[in-house]
Write a protein that binds this ligand. Structure first.
Ligand code: IMP
Ligand code: MG
Length: 180
């Protein structure tokens, strides 16, 4: 896609993200202290940086798996349609599962994914989102664990993209369009 000119203003530093992930990991360890081997499911592609840092903080036996759902096209408009593009390799019936999402916006993606995974009857299913944008919610849903609540801004970095750009930024920044 073509990009109108924009700049990125830092919103959450790499240091703040790392500190918050340490706290989230301690809470998640408590939640799953009795679990044999936790299935940690990253939602592609936006969660790949978050899940990498999160699992390295978890002092728990984990299995890492990925699921790809698409809700956005290549722009900033949310669509209500959610498609599963890549399913899990793991069988999750009777197991404990943690779904890792980059950002919960309208809530449609996480709603659809948790409904799908719950239909496979895991023993326990919890969700963690690095970012939560409650202002734009269209489905009544909240992640069990949230890194940061943010205002209604379009953000990039730390795995999150704008038209497949800026995922590699080490911090979370907000997109600001400039003239020209
Ligand atoms: P939802 O289905 O509207 O909750 O959208 C969730 C997905 O939309 C996230 O996993 C992101 O991939 C994408 N998304 C939502 N907000 C943003 C944003 O501010 N920047 C980039 N992607 C976003
Ligand atoms: Mg996503």
């Amino acid at each position: 896609m073509s990009h109108p000119p924009y700049v990125i203003d830092q919103m959450i530093s790499a240091k703040s993200i790392a500190a918050r992930i340490e706290d989230l990991a301690r809470e998640i360890e408590t939640e799953f202290a009795a679990t044999d081997k936790l299935v940690v499911v990253g939602l592609l592609r936006g969660s790949f940086v978050f899940i990498a840092d999160l699992v390295r903080e978890l002092r728990l036996p984990v299995e890492v798996d990925f699921l790809e759902a698409s809700s956005y096209g290549d722009g900033t408009q949310s669509s209500r349609e959610v498609r599963i593009l890549k399913d899990l390799r793991a069988t999750i019936g009777g197991r404990d599962v943690l779904v890792v999402e980059d950002i919960v916006d309208t809530g449609h993606t996480l709603h659809h994914v948790t409904a799908l995974l719950n239909s496979r009857e895991p023993a326990k299913l919890k969700t963690v989102a690095l970012l939560d944008k409650p202002a734009r919610r269209e489905v009544d849903l909240r992640a069990d664990y949230i890194g940061f609540e943010i205002p209604d801004e379009f953000v990039v970095g730390y795995g999150i993209d704008y038209g497949q750009r800026d995922r590699n930024l080490p911090f979370i920044g907000k997109v600001r369009f400039t003239d020209g």
